[in-house]
Design a binder for this molecule. Structure first.
Ligand code: SAM
Length: 215
C-alpha cells in the first residue's frame, strides 16, 4: 500500500478542498503516518473520511476534524499545548509538528501505554503523556498557551480554564447531547472568555470528575 499517496489524496480531497489553508497544518497532515495509529485490522480505513475505532470503545477522529482543531489553535511553533484525550496519539503527533511541547492525558491506561510506545518509536520526543483524569488538567505543567479537548463535555472543566495562559486558546466539542456537539473555540482575555462556535461535531464523551460520571 502506498500510504504517502493515500495521505496526499486525503489532504487534497478532505482537507484543502474543505477550506483548511494553514500551510503548517497541511504539511503536518501530509507528514504524520496516520496508518501507524490505526489498529492493524482497520488499517485500510486509515485515510478515509471518518473516525476509526481504536479499541476500548474509543475512536481516532476524522482527518478533517484533526486539521480543523489544529488550525483553529493558530499555532506558531512556540507554544506549550495540553491535549485531553490522547486516544491513539495521532492528534498529539500532529500537534508536535506544530508546537514546542505537547502534554497529553488519557484516562484509559491501555490506550495511554500504546500511544506512548508508538510515539517514542516514531521519534516524537516533545510529546509527554500520562494516564489519568484530564478534566483536572496537568497543574504541575500549567500554564498552557493552548488546550485541546478531544472528547465532548457539557462545559469546559474549570481546572482547564485556570490552566489556560492569559491570551490562550482552547478548543473543545461542547454540548449535552451524545450525538451532536458544537466545536467551540474559547479565548481567555483576563477574566473574560470569548467563545466562538466553529462547527457541529460528534465526539465520544469526556468522562471524569468535571465531565460525565463513569458508569
Ligand atoms: N485525540 C485522539 C486521537 O488522536 O486518537 C482521539 C481521542 S478520542 C475521540 C477521545 C479520547 O478521550 C478517548 O481515548 C477517551 O478515553 C479519552 N477521554 C475521555 N475522558 C477523558 C478524561 N477525563 N481524561 C482523559 N482522557 C479522556
Amino acid at each position: 500500500m502506498d500510504y504517502q499517496k493515500l495521505r496526499e489524496r486525503m489532504v487534497e480531497e478532505q482537507i484543502r478542498s474543505r477550506g483548511i489553508t494553514d500551510a503548517r497544518v497541511i504539511d503536518a497532515l501530509r507528514k504524520v503516518k496516520r496508518h501507524a495509529f490505526i489498529p492493524e485490522a482497520l488499517i485500510n480505513s486509515a485515510y478515509e473520511d471518518h473516525p476509526v475505532p481504536i479499541g476500548e470503545g474509543q475512536t481516532i477522529s476524522q482527518p478533517y476534524i484533526v486539521a480543523l482543531m489544529s488550525e483553529s489553535l493558530r499555532l506558531t511553533g512556540n507554544e506549550k499545548v495540553l491535549e485531553v484525550g490522547t486516544g491513539s496519539g495521532y492528534q498529539a503527533a500532529v500537534l508536535a509538528e506544530l508546537a514546542k511541547e505537547v502534554y497529553s492525558i488519557e484516562r484509559i491506561a491501555s490506550l495511554q501505554t500504546r500511544a506512548e510506545s508508538l510515539l517514542a518509536e516514531l521519534g516524537y520526543r516533545t510529546v509527554h503523556l500520562k494516564s489519568g483524569d484530564g478534566t483536572l488538567g496537568w497543574p504541575q505543567e500549567a500554564p498552557f498557551e493552548r488546550i485541546i479537548i478531544t472528547a465532548a463535555a457539557a462545559k469546559v472543566p474549570p481546572a482547564l480554564i485556570e490552566q489556560l495562559a492569559e491570551g490562550g486558546l482552547l478548543i473543545a466539542p461542547i454540548g449535552e447531547d451524545r450525538l451532536s456537539q458544537i466545536l467551540t473555540l474559547i479565548e481567555k482575555k483576563g477574566a473574560t472568555l470569548i467563545s466562538t462556535p466553529v462547527c457541529g461535531c460528534v465526539f465520544v464523551p469526556l468522562i471524569g470528575k468535571h465531565g460525565l460520571k463513569d458508569q
